[in-house]
Design a protein around this ligand. Structure first.
Ligand code: ATP
Length: 239
């Protein structure tokens, strides 16, 4: 199995405070991998650094090729996309225009398949097609999350990194969004999913990592983690 993303000894610090400490994390091609853990464990920091938004130490490799200085540009060029926790949509712009912005990098590279790709994204999220002319700020929370994911998919990523897509969503909508995320693998998209909603994340993931205070405290097949006493007591107590 090819390793799409391979982080080794991966650390991230804010000044002298280390938020991510010597993490080893892998995503194989076609895999859905989740990182769960409490507030402040370093999950967002880990994703940000893996996307090249924050400086890191250790090694980051994509398809076995080490990226010496991970930058957003380098990661995007290699097919990585990030959906940030705050979704960061352009509220005054329509659904369609938000999607088009997600394909901007490919457009700049001379790819002119934005309309075709948008049709594919509408297949994945039919609700967005119905609301294509609507301003993003008027969408429901679930629709906004779908738009944020759809916008990332416009870039035809091979690795989609999601930061807490369940945040602020009703349980039914969480399930709907995560079901779509798990179906992406049939389209050749691998997923790195950061979640505080451990149960929902482990139910769709193949493997999981538990991050605590910047360290990987536990890792394994998602099905095993769902039945692990420590996980049940600490993260699955409610819901
Ligand atoms: P949450 O689920 O609450 O988003 P998290 O697991 O994503 O938490 P991070 O947001 O990555 O955790 O934060 C990890 C640690 O790094 C925390 O102690 C946080 O206070 C610290 N931190 C995050 N961003 C910064 C920053 N810009 N400057 C300094 N410290 C930061």
């Amino acid at each position: 199995m090819t390793l799409l993303l391979d982080l080794q000894d991966f650390s991230v610090a804010y000044g002298s405070v280390e938020a991510v400490h010597r993490v080893g994390l892998q995503v194989a091609s076609g895999e859905i991998v989740t990182v769960i853990g409490p507030n402040g464990a370093g999950k967002t920091t880990l994703l940000g650094a893996a996307m090249g938004l924050l400086p890191s130490t250790g090694t980051l490799a994509l398809d076995g090729e080490r990226i010496a200085r991970p930058s957003v540009e380098a990661m995007v060029a290699r097919g990585v996309a990030l959906v940030p926790e705050r979704r960061e949509l352009f509220g005054e712009m329509s659904v369609e225009d938000n999607l088009l912005l997600g394909g901007f990098y490919r457009w700049r590279k001379g790819q002119r398949d934005q309309k075709a790709r948008m049709a594919e994204v509408f297949e994945i999220f039919p609700r967005l097609r119905e609301r294509r002319a609507q301003r993003a700020s008027t969408l429901s929370g679930g629709e906004r999350q779908m738009l944020a994911i759809g916008r990332a998919l416009m870039a035809r990523p091979r690795l989609l990194m999601l930061d807490e897509p369940s945040l602020g969503l009703a349980p039914l909508i969480v399930r709907e969004v995560l079901q779509v995320v798990s179906s992406l693998r049939t389209q050749g998209v691998s997923v790195l999913l950061v979640e505080q909603n451990a149960r929902a994340a482990l139910q769709v993931a193949d493997r999981g990592y538990v991050l605590e205070m910047g360290h990987v405290a536990l890792q394994g097949p998602a099905a095993d983690l769902l039945h692990d006493r420590r996980i049940i007591d600490t993260y699955l107590g409610i819901g």
